[in-house]
Write a protein that binds this ligand. Structure first.
Ligand SMILES: [Zn+2]
Length: 169
């Protein structure tokens, strides 16, 4: 067997020629492609017929759509103003600011945010300080230790804009 294989390699060269001839016959089976010629006749008529109608239709569209679009553009410019009004209507979420962080609308960020609160000495503290000072001067500093008497400012956590305040007096 091996001997036959060795010689096969060299003989392969000569043996190659034989296979091609048999391979050709299968290609001859391709002749069915000859059936394509009839199809070639098919496309030409379709192309001419298909291309012609679409071209005519689109050409009519552009001219018709352009004039109407250009005209409505002016009225559209008014819409942005309406959008601003909508934004203004969103802002009046009318947040009631209390002593704790609350959900509020920031017009700078155009977002609803949970406010950051900072307590500060307001009228209530000073008023109580005056009362304590007149009645019991020795403990007049107590009002400054009662955080519930402090006013509270609400800030946007993103832009630090002051959104509102909670005042007791
Ligand atoms: Zn903000």
């Amino acid at each position: 067997m091996e001997k036959s294989q060795d010689p096969y390699a060299p003989q392969g060269m000569p043996s190659y020629p034989p296979p091609p001839p048999p391979a050709y016959p299968p290609q001859q089976a391709y002749p069915p492609q000859q059936a394509y010629p009839p199809q070639q006749g098919y496309p030409p008529p379709n192309y001419s017929s298909n291309v012609a109608p679409p071209y005519g239709a689109p050409q009519a569209y552009p001219p018709l759509s352009n004039p109407p679009n250009s005209a409505p553009m002016h009225p559209l410019e008014i819409r942005p103003v309406q959008q601003n009004i909508i934004i203004a209507s969103v802002a009046p979420v009318q947040t009631i600011y209390g002593p704790i962080p609350t959900l509020a609308y920031c017009s700078s960020c155009n977002l609803n945010v949970t406010t950051r609160t900072e307590a500060y000495v307001g009228c209530m503290v000073w008023l109580m300080f005056l009362v304590f000072y007149l009645l019991m001067p020795c403990i007049s500093c107590i009002p400054f230790c009662v955080m519930s008497w402090y006013d509270v400012a609400h800030y946007c956590p993103k832009c630090s804009r002051r959104l509102g305040t909670f005042v007791l007096v």
